[in-house]
Structure formats: C-alpha cells, structure tokens
Design a protein around this ligand. Structure first.
Ligand code: ADP
Ligand code: MG
Length: 259
C-alpha cells in the first residue's frame, strides 16, 4: 500500500533548480533510501516533506492527504516523524527526560510543562529506551553521551509519537561503520514490527545496500533511477553519476566507506 506519493515536485533557489520534477512513492513497511551526489537535492526534498520548505510545484500525498502548504507541526501530527539533529536534543536533560518530553510534546520546546510532566510517560519512555539499548543510561544527561548513543536516543525520540512515516536525513553522519549498521538494524526492527515507512538518506553505500528495500537515485534535482538495490548497483547511469565511467560500486565502496 502506498503511504507517501511524491509527484512532480519542484523547488528552485534563485533560478537553480534544486528539485526538478521529482516523483516517487514509499509504501508502509518499506525502508527507502534516497541517494545521490552532494547537491543532488536530497535535503531539499526532505525539507519539503516535513514542511520546513515550501514547494514551487507538485504534490506530496500522505495517504490521500496533501502535505504541501501545511506547517511542520501539522505534518508531524499527521504521522510524519523525523530524526532531530544532535543539537536539538537537550544536553542537560537526562536520556529518560528527553524521551519523556518527546512523548509529551510535538516540538519539545515547552519547558513550562516540564515540572508537571516529569512523572508522566516514564514507563513508556523506558520501554523505548530498552528498544534502542539505552535503558542502562537512562539517568545520564544527554550532553555526556557518546555520539552513537545520542543517535540511538534521537531514534527513540523520533518514534515516540508512533509515526507512520519516518524521515531520516543522514541519520548515521559522523558514526563509525559498526554504529551505522546497529542504528539501521534498530530502524529495521521498527519498520518490521510496526509497518513503519522510512525514507532515509545515507552516504555509506554499505549501509544503503544492506538495509534499503528500494533505492531512489537523485542527480541534478531529478530521479535517474528507482529500483531494488541489486538493480541500482548495476545501473550504468547511477555508476556514472557516482564514479564516472569505468568504475562500479563493488570496486569503489570499501575504500570510500572506511576512509
Ligand atoms: P543534497 O542534500 O542532495 O546534498 P541539497 O538539497 O542540500 O542537496 O541541495 C540541492 C541544491 O540546492 C544545491 O545546489 C544547493 O546548493 C541548493 N540549495 C539547497 N538549499 C538552498 C538554500 N536554502 N538556498 C539556496 N540554495 C540552496
Ligand atoms: Mg543533504
């Protein structure tokens, strides 16, 4: 079943066509990777999906509801979650408090409710932390956590509202290869268990090919390929965009990803 349907989406910045007629869809229970070289338009697509950026043309349907023109908070309420960046996790609050706050609030900026909230949602928050392997660090301030652990907390926060669609723009940026694998394996569990749909961007092709059910490739603001990992891996146009002619993912990946 199609959950998200993006059609003919367009966005230009001062005449630069950052997103130039992009169409793709995501099904419930599907992990879809949106990949492409730097400047391909991936983040611009994400920011239109979550309502941070308006579109020039096109349509973004969640089920049969149009998302374009809605505020980020409304889109969040409709069931589109996203992973927040590290700076948006409250460093002085504990791991547990951060997840409790996420369970209570859409934008997690409502400090005033915090004192009333402290007793609430504790069990639910602990359950989420168990799932991401962070229950043991629940009482530590987020500010002292290792980077990979912050990312796990961010994932718990992102799924706190039980989204139908989760947007993850470079969720594993800055992580060690093993941590990347672990984070995506956790994400995969949610996809399978709850029928969650995930749209993610990712630089590590090892991660993309290991976890994506399907891959959409952007270049110059356009979709140049859309298919299963095996098809994308062998697609000459994709290989050319990434490596120039003559090289393939298989003989290039290892050195790049471990660099
Ligand atoms: P990606 O995430 O695939 O690296 P982006 O979506 O960030 O690509 O960028 C696509 C293009 O749009 C790039 O040429 C970039 O310079 C341009 N761009 C992105 N955001 C802005 C902005 N806020 N203002 C002007 N140009 C932008
Ligand atoms: Mg980007």
């Amino acid at each position: 079943m199609r959950l998200l349907t993006v059609s003919h989406l367009e966005k230009a910045f001062d005449g630069n066509r950052a997103v130039d007629g992009v169409s793709f869809s995501v099904a419930a229970g599907e992990l879809l990777a949106l990949i492409g070289p730097n400047g391909a338009g991936k983040s611009t697509v994400f920011n239109m999906l979550n309502g941070q950026l308006g579109a020039d043309a096109g349509s973004i349907l969640l089920g049969d509801q149009e998302l374009l023109g809605r505020a980020p908070r409304d889109i969040w309420r409709m069931g589109v979650g996203r992973t927040f960046q590290i700076a948006e996790t409250f460093g002085s609050l504990t791991v547990l408090e951060n997840v409790q706050l996420a369970l209570l609030s859409a934008d997690r900026k409502l400090f005033s409710i915090w004192h009333r909230a402290a007793r609430h949602k504790r069990e639910e928050a602990m359950e989420l932390l168990l799932r991401v392997g962070m229950a043991g660090q629940a009482e530590r301030p987020c500010g002292v956590l290792a980077y990979g652990d912050v990312k796990r907390v961010e994932l718990a926060i992102a799924v706190a509202n039980s989204p139908r669609l989760l947007l993850m723009d470079e969720p594993t940026a800055g992580m060690a290869p093993q941590e990347r694998i672990e984070l995506m394996a956790l994400t995969r569990q949610w996809v399978t268990r709850r029928g969650l749909a995930v749209l993610f961007t990712e630089h590590s092709m090892d991660v993309v090919f290991a976890f994506a059910d399907r891959i959409v490739v952007l270049a110059g603001g356009r979709v140049i390929a859309d298919g299963k990992p095996a098809d994308i891996r062998n697609n000459p146009r994709v290989q050319e965009v990434y490596f120039g002619s003559g090289k393939t993912f298989d003989n290039t990946l290892r050195s790049r990803d471990t660099a």
